[in-house]
Design a protein around this ligand. Structure first.
Ligand SMILES: [Zn+2]
Length: 304
């Protein structure tokens, strides 16, 4: 059985071609697309963090469709994930039930779609070329980390826990993540990367390396005063997924740290180091003089 079938994934190279005759982006043949995504999935499966992601997706008994990004001929369009397109809804509502009921087939509904083009991250590809000169970036992402990141978004879509603002990240050092969703996806991406000593990603602004002082399962909580709340939300919202992640003895695993010693994680998150990252060094002095003033208020005062 192919790796995609094993985990209820559907590699779909043709979907976009249907809308575009002749195909607008003949970057890869359909066969080459399937082979490349399959190769990435094999690598993800052989990584314990990646395996946890795939296992979680499988548990839903629903399908995740992986298909090329559709816009931006010749430019780098970021991969993305969402709940599905109109065609997926049509399949779920009408086609799949029909096949199952009338023809006795056992088709599954499609609950998330990942837009991902492996070739874009190969040397010479659009995203590879873009990140080589992007001022915010200082390393080149590998294909597997890009795909695993999107599959984490797919888990959040499938589990209906996707909520871009369940924990506020703005006005803190987490604002570089743009949203709690990106924080979670990058957290798991970094756990994945740590297995083979790959680069850990700082935030959602390009591909910049994480501050080495934070590249430790516990020390990571010093990234912001919101880090504890962010990981706690992830653990509460995705109980089984995070319980599995916590079992993995990989070099960078803040989820494991959270399960092991939540008090220490909270202390690190409330430390002066975290406060300083959120609001600047001056605020740390003010904080000691006036305890109980919120991070947002200090941030407003210092960065109006
Ligand atoms: Zn993302």
């Amino acid at each position: 059985m192919s790796v995609e079938a094993q985990f209820n994934l559907l590699i779909d190279p043709t979907w976009n071609d249907i809308n575009q005759v002749p195909p607008k982006f003949p970057m890869m043949t359909n066969e080459a697309y399937v082979m490349a995504v399959r190769e990435d999935l094999q690598g993800i499966m052989n990584n314990p963090v990646g395996k946890s992601v795939l296992d979680r997706l499988k548990k839903w008994n629903r399908v995740v469709r992986i298909t090329p990004v559709r816009e931006g001929q010749g430019v780098c369009v970021s991969p993305s994930a969402n709940f599905g397109e109109n065609r997926d809804l049509m399949w779920n509502r009408h086609v799949s039930p029909f096949l199952n009921k009338v023809l006795g087939m056992q088709t599954r509904p499609i609950w998330a779609v990942v837009f991902y083009t492996p070739e874009a991250f190969n040397p010479g590809g659009t995203c590879h070329t873009f990140y080589k000169t992007d001022k915010r970036s200082n390393y080149m992402p590998n294909r597997q980390e890009v795909l695993v990141h999107e599959l984490v978004h797919a888990i959040r879509d499938m589990s209906k826990t996707f909520s871009p603002d369940s924990v506020k990240v703005h006005k803190t050092n987490l604002q570089g993540f743009d949203s709690i969703e990106e924080f979670i996806a990058i957290l798991v991406q970094n756990m994945f990367q740590s297995v083979d000593k790959g680069k850990l990603r700082a935030d959602h602004q390009g591909f910049r390396e994480l501050d080495p002082n934070l590249a430790n399962s516990f020390e990571f909580f010093k990234i912001s005063t919101r880090s504890f709340a962010a990981v706690e939300a992830f653990v509460k919202q995705n109980k089984y997924f995070t319980a599995n992640l916590a079992k993995l003895d990989v070099p960078f695993n803040p989820v494991r740290a959270f399960f092991k010693d939540p008090r220490k994680c909270r202390e690190f998150s409330e430390s002066d180091a975290a406060f300083k990252r959120d609001t600047g060094p001056l605020a740390v002095l003010f904080r000691t003089l006036t305890p109980g003033i919120s991070v947002e208020l200090w941030h407003d005062l210092l960065h109006p």
